[in-house]
Ligand binder design. Structure first.
Ligand code: NAG
Ligand code: NAG
Ligand code: NAG
Ligand code: NAG
Ligand code: NAG
Ligand code: NAG
Ligand code: NAG
Length: 718
């Protein structure tokens, strides 16, 4: 190659590189490398329900007087502020998060001894009822409010204030602007927010999944789940500082690898927690399709177990198989914690592999996964036959969890069975699959003998001396969801029915956290009702609980809240860990996004059941809906379905399209549509021979029909 051609090519390459870097830097977060996800997979009218802004830079919608609450102006507007009593608050119209830039001019400024001039304060809030001079609580120090950040100036003229990156505010809807002291006059000319979430996406609306039905509320709820997960996908160096800083808040901790990571909440904790893997993982896949954030969170969780085989055996020796403390590192801090490898992390690895087909990633964690499973096995009390979790007191809701907690049994069971599947996927030849399934079967038997109360029709919360007479929402919902009980059988029906006894006006009151509604546990409950083929219960609960929050004038009206009190107060766990700080509640919490999975996997009925999408299940349950459609994308391609009830004929018409590689299990519950025909189902315009249908018993003598079809396009009438 001649040197001149070489130079030309080099120039072209540099030109090309600089161009692509330029375009990507425009809309991904700062210097983040952009993901390949750039366009929505299913553009359509439903995009109107998508809360994600179409730009990474957004402005507020309206300005309100801080004192009177009256609307002053719609945006854009020049806003004068002369003292703290003329402060304003700006409404962004939905939950947002990132770095604020303010352009303002100062026409008069007073210098006094305490300050070298004027001071403009910025305070943030997710909920409308915490708007004020102090931001809602996020720093983790309950005794000290988050306060405000300040821009100071000592002369007249024009100024631009950019919030320092460590003050990044990850979740808020309202921004309050006020001046300290008197005698200073300023005019706000512009406020812009550089959105920091979903850092690798150049197009924040590029969802890979969609959902649309004739119920607008459900549609919006589904999209508020997707948007919540976007706010929880953050750049890994913008996690919450721990322990809390001396003043305000600080979000500059490194949480894990990569360019995007899934955390529990937008405002707080901005921390990777195992419990989020159970709900946020599947919901991310079905809505945004962002598995990269989940993968990096899993990596961070597995890396957090800083141990070796030697540490493991030493621990087992020291604590008589009963105790493990481990040290968790991150780049900027060292945390000491008494945590065991969490079952949600291990189940999360299975979910991630199921949706992505990324077996290589599983292989990277495999040794640690086996070690963690050994610890679960070591927790099995050989006399009782249940797992004793007394050395692991942390719980989502209970002050302290101990003994043979029902939810822990269900989780252990599912960790074992999913572990067995993972063992097959990684090609394990040492018999782990058989061993873990064997232990799971024994555990399931014991759970049913020792914890089931046939008189109540529900599982007890604990066993033996630990039994407090409580019947839990979590243990019972998880029993069905995690496969200990089959939802369509008698026991599953009893649980589904028992769960409704906890229902209040705006959601189920959790017996294990009295007075409160947990959308985290209710995310499991709605899926349990659907697995019990009680679709109406699930839809009712989604509407009364998530629907109540989405329409609440004081909420974000765009995301899913962490939890709330049954009287509608935002004050989750105020008396159970959050030390009476009501504003600490997170209003964008990924663990509450269960309706996304429930509506896609069960209402629409489309779910991934085989590695990477090589097997798909189509088992719709419309409940009171008449029109439902939706889809997602697997590594083999698009999977989508569309259903319509013809109210004249009572027939449901369904169209399904999945990749050619995807074996599809179809499960339908025919109605009154086809009286007198030879078959309850028509497939691609032809009656399906009865011999080709498997009959499954549904609840209340209902007959479910199943068949296995090759991938491709199919239509059904039933
Ligand atoms: C400002 O500081 C000066 C010198 O320290 C002092 O004499 C004066 O009283 C102070 N004024 C106020 C308002 O605090
Ligand atoms: C300050 O900015 C405003 C709005 O951009 C402009 O109208 C004004 O002329 C500027 N003032 C000075 C002193 O530059
Ligand atoms: C508002 O300014 C007045 C006068 O300087 C001061 O006394 C008061 O504490 C300020 N209020 C706030 C919330 O900063
Ligand atoms: C505010 O700033 C944004 C981003 O720089 C810009 O697009 C917009 O035009 C500005 N608005 C006003 C009123 O200056
Ligand atoms: C459960 O484990 C705890 C902590 O290891 C232990 O103190 C307790 O005795 C165990 N419970 C039973 C019934 O063995
Ligand atoms: C919203 O907050 C205001 C002020 O605290 C309160 O008066 C109102 O009842 C709240 N609305 C709802 C729906 O809770
Ligand atoms: C319902 O079915 C009837 C009878 O096949 C047909 O005439 C009608 O057009 C269908 N209605 C809709 C909305 O598809």
């Amino acid at each position: 190659m001649s040197s001149s051609i070489y130079i030309t090519l080099l120039t072209l390459a540099i030109w090309f590189l600089s161009n692509t870097q330029h375009t990507s830097a425009q809309s991904c977060w700062r210097e983040t490398r952009c993901s390949d996800i750039k366009q929505p997979a299913y553009p359509g009218e439903w995009d109107a329900n998508n809360f994600a802004p179409d730009s990474r830079n957004v402005t507020p919608l309206a300005v309100y007087s801080l004192q009177s609450g009256r609307k002053i102006a719609t945006w854009p507007a020049a806003i004068p502020i002369s003292s703290n009593t003329s402060g304003v608050y700006l409404d962004f119209g939905k939950e947002v998060g990132g770095i604020i830039t303010i352009k303002f001019s100062v026409s008069s400024v007073t210098k006094d001894n305490s300050s070298e001039g004027g001071t403009l304060g910025l305070a943030f809030s997710e909920a409308k009822n915490w708007v004020g001079y102090t931001s809602d609580s996020s720093n983790g120090n309950y005794a000290r409010p988050d306060g405000a950040v300040y821009s100071t100036f000592s002369q007249t003229g024009n100024f631009t204030y950019v919030m320092p990156t460590e003050y990044l505010r990850g979740g808020f809807r309202y921004l309050t602007l006020f001046l300290l002291g008197d005698g200073t006059y300023i005019t706000i000319h512009n406020v812009t927010l550089e959105l920091s979430f979903q850092p690798t996406w150049s197009n924040l609306r590029a969802y890979q999944g969609y959902f649309h039905s004739n119920d607008d509320l459900l549609n919006k709820i589904w999209y508020s789940g997707g948007y919540t997960l976007q706010l929880n996908a953050i750049f890994p160096t913008t996690g919450r500082t721990w322990p809390p800083p001396g003043i305000t808040w600080q979000n500059d901790v490194t949480l894990g690898p990569g360019n995007t990571i899934n955390v529990d909440g937008a405002k707080r904790d901005r921390t990777v927690w195992p419990g989020d893997m159970g709900v946020a993982g599947p919901a991310s896949f079905y809505s945004t399709g962002d598995l990269e954030s989940i993968k990096n969170s899993l990596q961070s969780l597995y890396d957090g177990w800083v141990w070796s085989t030697a540490i493991f055996w030493q621990t087992v020796k020291c604590f008589g198989k009963r105790y493990l403390s481990y040290v968790r590192y991150s780049e900027h801090q060292l945390l000491f914690s008494y945590l065991i490898p969490d079952r949600w992390t291990m189940i999360g690895l299975y979910n991630y592999a199921l949706f992505s087909g990324d077996v290589e990633f599983v292989k990277m964690q495999w040794e640690r996964h086996i070690l963690a499973m050994n610890l679960i096995l070591a927790q099995v009390d050989l006399v009782v036959g249940l797992v004793n979790i007394s050395f692991y007191p942390n719980d989502w809701g209970r002050f302290k969890s101990y003994g043979y907690l029902a939810s822990a049994q269900m989780l252990a069971y599912h960790t074992l069975t999913t572990g067995a599947t993972l063992a097959k996927w990684v090609g394990d030849t040492t018999g782990l699959n058989r061993l873990w399934l064997h232990v799971a079967a024994r555990l399931k038997e014991t759970i049913n003998i020792k914890l089931w109360d046939a008189k109540i029709g529900a599982f007890k919360d604990n066993y033996g001396s630990y039994d407090t007479g409580l019947y839990p929402q979590d243990g019972n919902s998880l029993a069905i969801l995690l496969g200990v009980v089959k939802g369509t059988e008698k026991q599953g029906q009893a649980i589904s029915s028992w769960l409704t006894a906890n229902w209040r006006a705006i959601g189920p009151e959790s017996p294990e956290l009295p007075g409160e509604v947990s959308p985290f546990i209710t995310s499991f409950e709605i899926q349990a009702h659907l697995l019990a083929r009680q679709p109406q219960r699930a839809l009712d609960l989604i509407r009364t609980s998530w629907g109540w929050y989405l329409n609440n004038e004081n909420g974000t009206q765009s995301t899913m809240i962490e939890g709330y009190l049954i009287d509608g107060t935002f004050g989750y766990r105020h008396d159970a860990g959050y030390e009476e700080v009501y504003s600490y509640t997170s209003h964008a919490h990924g663990w509450s996004t269960g309706p996304v999975t429930a509506l896609t996997e069960h209402t629409l009925g489309l779910s991934v059941t085989g590695l990477g999408g090589q097997a798909i299940r189509f088992a719709p349950q419309l409940g009171d809906l008449k029109d439902v459609q939706g889809g997602f994308v697997t590594k083999f391609g698009k999977c989508h379905a569309k259903l319509r009830l013809n109210e004249t004929t009572d027939c449901i018409l369904a169209e399904l399209e999945v990749p050619k590689e995807a074996i599809t299990e179809v499960i339908l519950l025919p109605g009154k549509c086809r009286p007198g025909r030879s078959s309850p189902i028509q497939l691609n315009g032809r009656e399906v021979e009865m011999g080709k249908l498997n009959v499954l018993e549904g609840p209340g003598n209902a007959k479910l029909y199943s068949m296995t079809l090759p991938g491709g396009k199919h239509t059904f009438e039933y």
